[in-house]
Design a protein around this ligand. Structure first.
Ligand SMILES: Nc1ncnc2c1ncn2[C@@H]1O[C@H](COP(=O)(O)OP(=O)(O)OP(=O)(O)O)[C@@H](O)[C@H]1O
Length: 287
């Protein structure tokens, strides 16, 4: 397969912190969107900052567009568009003026595309950035990330705090971005319903370790959740489930192939499962 991003065996510890990133590996195929999911403090921003090379890795390799990301490869960075939660543009500038600034910074800055995007996202072009709402600033950051010839977007909580209508507009933009099969997106979000709408792959990170990376359709249509009583649960072999969790008198059991499970166990009721439920079971359950 042709990958836009290949992250292999990343390790990183922080001084004065219990947290460590351990052996993080995943690959993002070109032309696709990967949702990056995990609890607060799981290591999503740390991983994305390493991909950008703004945080150093202790070991491991990162390949972007097939080439290794090193300190010298500023040319690769120019092809990565970034929307991080705490984006800081100079507050006194307007979106209008920002375009002129970026024209000098980015060789491939597309002023017409930028203006089209801010018009479409209804970002006021003449108001100083410091006076824009947080949602407007995130929309502006998205327009910037998409206007400098980026082939890979790193979106860290880019839609958090936005109302459902604006989020929908942003999701549409992301889908349009990857229509060109060369473009790809790695997107962290706690709003997993957004990822269910647009992601092709979901990667789960927990306490600095990747616990699952899978096609979204496999998770939503092949995985399943079975709720049963303890005596029923004890008839199952460990190899038949991914994780389970006791909730009151019920046991929730995560299944990786609900059709073959249902054929074998006709007395069990197996439902579909959401990304949130999978994460809860993987993180809070027993494997
Ligand atoms: N410079 C630093 N020094 C020490 N610890 C740090 C530093 N930066 C991050 N950490 C720790 O690394 C861990 C992972 O943080 P990170 O920001 O990557 O998590 P996250 O998954 O993005 O979380 P969230 O969903 O809350 O944004 C946290 O425990 C955080 O406190």
């Amino acid at each position: 397969m042709n990958y836009c991003l290949e992250v292999k065996n990343l390790f990183r510890t922080y001084p004065n912190s219990n947290f460590s990133l351990e052996d993080v590996s995943f690959s993002l195929p070109r032309g696709s969107i990967m949702g990056f999911v995990g609890e607060n403090g799981a290591g999503k921003t740390t991983t994305m900052s390493m991909i950008l090379n703004t945080i150093k890795r202790d070991s491991g390799t990162i390949k972007i567009f097939g080439e290794e990301m090193t300190d010298e490869r500023t040319d690769i960075r120019n092809h990565i568009g970034v929307v991080f939660d705490a984006i800081n543009f100079p507050g006194a500038l307007t979106a209008d003026k920002l375009s002129a600034v970026f024209q000098d910074i980015y060789r491939e800055w597309d002023d017409a595309l930028f203006r089209n995007l801010i018009r479409r996202l209804q970002v006021p072009a003449q108001i100083p950035i410091k006076d824009l709402s947080r949602g407007m600033t995130m929309k502006l950051a998205t327009a910037v990330a998409m206007s400098h010839g980026a082939k890979l977007l790193l979106l860290d909580e880019a839609t958090s705090g936005l109302d459902p209508i604006v989020r929908e507009e942003m999701l549409d933009l992301f889908l349009e971005f990857v229509e060109n099969e060369e473009h790809s997106i790695l997107m962290s979000s706690h709003i997993t319903s957004d990822l269910e709408k647009i992601a092709d792959y979901i990667t789960f990170i927990h306490k600095g370790k990747i616990i699952l990376t899978e096609q979204k359709d496999t998770l939503l249509y092949k995985f399943g959740m079975c709720r049963c009583k303890a005596d029923q649960f004890h008839t199952l072999d460990e190899s038949e489930y991914v994780a389970y969790r006791k909730r009151g008198l019920q046991i929730e059991v995560l299944i990786s192939d609900k059709d073959s499970f249902s054929k074998k166990h006709r007395d069990f009721i197996v439902d579909g499962v959401t990304i949130d439920e999978i994460m809860l079971l993987l993180v809070k359950g027993d494997q």
